[in-house]
Design a protein around this ligand. Structure first.
Ligand SMILES: [Zn+2]
Length: 481
């Protein structure tokens, strides 16, 4: 098939390394990847760099593809994968919706998200609820979307039908979730869900905080230290120990969501070394923000588990560098400004969740640079890592035969974050006012532009029809139990 779009990049992320490449795209799929030194392909001219339409003159053959040149101060990446996003539609659409969330994703270089089963109403704990969610997403998705199901008290028998309907796995909480309609599992519930999910060949993803170690309910005051003390590291460690034990007994796959406590990493390392099918993610806010910098009353920084101290952050970065941590994902969990400011900055009353879908790579890269950690260490954690966590077969790679989901990251670009400029629904974010280094410049979904930083009026994206697809999990993978 003739190439319709050709992208030249001096540094493209292919097979786990940066290298020069010419990428040819036809019908939304990558059809060829060649070395620019290979004769025919190395013919792009700087003057065509901005061209994404048909050639303007008759000099060239009509079949010549539109050409984009990625400049040397930027890298071409596979579209990023974010396996932890709370879209909240339907039911709490005033908090966040598919249109605003997926436009924020596109601006953050993210071309595939997996939606969490709670905060929407109904929560995704039955096939009927999944259908409601898919219907809401169908007409509004600017990026591809898969769905997690929920494992809650009383729906054990509903997990197999949800699995067959194509959810990528099941989320459970071991402590109260924050919304009444999504209950948490006790230890026997965890064991039962883990056994059932292992038998299905699916995966259990766990909000790992142990309620026995959590203190305080209701108002906690405006002091961040008081909030932090109410959710100590022991709560994560105890819960993660329980997850590891359940995974060991069942032989199934388990995933620890949003790890904040670096002291839990030794247990996770040991479990992996033992051969337990365990993965773990952390989030940009845990890697880029420390408790010492959070002002009292600044409830935009509230999330659970909480952002901890600088010494703890160093441990998390060790886990990134040594490969223990499998993925860095946003845990984008917005609410209205009013809800996020509830109680006038009282950390017990405000909604717990951080809005960071659009700035994840920039935030983490900014911190990595100060630590001397190369971009190549981070990219797998934003691409193949979360794709593997969710079992997404085609996302997160630049490879022949895969959808042409691509993004350009200006590695030295300055990014002054202002919450009002971010595309998620409500203009509040823990990143407001931060000066970051590195910024997404362009994003393509199946070879079609869905974000361009130069398009300041956002004309193209605003007028474009949402072309994201609803993804369903294949069921070919079964693991012995
Ligand atoms: Zn979450």
């Amino acid at each position: 098939m003739a190439s319709e779009l050709r992208i030249h990049a001096g540094r493209a992320w292919i097979d786990g390394a940066f290298r020069p490449a010419v990428i040819d795209i036809a019908d939304g799929v990558i059809v060829a990847i060649t070395d620019p030194g290979d004769g025919e392909q190395g013919d792009a001219e700087p003057g065509t760099a901005e061209s994404t339409g048909a050639p303007a003159t008759g000099i060239r053959p009509a079949t010549r593809p539109a050409t984009v040149i990625v400049p040397d101060d930027a890298v071409l990446l596979p579209g990023l994968v974010d396996s932890h996003v709370h879209v909240n539609e339907p039911g709490r659409t005033e908090w966040e919706g598919f249109r605003s969330a997926t436009r924020a994703a596109a601006a953050g270089g993210v071309t595939t998200i997996v939606d969490m089963p709670l905060n929407s109403v109904p929560p995704t704990t039955s096939v009927a609820a999944l259908r409601v969610k898919q219907d809401a997403a169908a007409a509004s998705a600017f990026v591809d979307i898969g769905f997690w199901g929920g494992a809650v008290p009383g729906n054990l028998g509903g997990l197999a039908p949800l699995h067959e309907a194509g959810v990528y796995g099941f989320k459970c909480f071991l402590a109260p979730s924050g919304v009444d309609e999504f209950g948490h599992l006790d230890r026997s519930g965890l064991e039962a869900a883990m056994a059932e999910i292992a038998a299905l060949g699916s995966r259990l993803i766990v909000h790992a905080e142990d309620p026995d170690h959590l203190h305080g309910d209701g108002a906690l005051g405006r002091g961040y230290a008081g909030f932090l003390a109410s959710r100590p590291p022991e709560s994560e460690e105890a819960a993660i120990d329980a997850v590891i034990a359940a995974a060991r007994r069942s032989g199934g796959r388990a995933h620890v969501l949003h790890l904040s406590d670096g002291r839990a990493l030794p247990a996770i390392r040991a479990a992996k070394a033992e051969g337990i099918a365990l993965t773990v993610e952390t989030c940009p806010h845990y890697l880029a923000i420390v408790a010492e910098d959070i002002p009292d009353g600044a409830s935009e920084f509230k999330c659970c588990p909480p952002i901890r101290e600088a010494a703890n952050q160093d441990l998390l970065w060790q886990g990134v560098v040594d490969g223990t941590i499998d993925a860095i994902v946003s845990d984008h969990s917005p609410s209205t400004v009013e809800r996020k400011r509830a109680g006038d900055g009282d950390f017990g009353l405000a909604w717990g969740g951080i809005s960071g879908l659009q700035v994840g790579l920039s935030a983490v890269w900014t911190e990595a640079r100060t630590r001397g950690i190369p971009l190549s260490t981070l990219i797998p954690l934003f691409t193949t890592g979360p794709a593997a966590v969710a079992g997404l077969a085609e996302a997160g790679r630049i490879a022949v035969g895969t959808p042409a989901h691509l993004t350009v990251f200006g590695v030295d670009d300055a990014l002054h974050v202002q919450a009002r400029d971010l595309r998620h629904k409500n203009p509040i974010s823990a990143y407001d006012g931060r000066e970051l280094t590195g910024r997404i410049r362009r994003t393509w979904l199946r070879g079609v532009p869905i974000f361009d930083v130069e398009d300041v009026e956002d004309v193209n994206a605003a007028s474009a029809a949402p072309a994201g697809r609803l993804l369903t999990a294949p069921h070919t993978e079964r693991i012995a139990v």
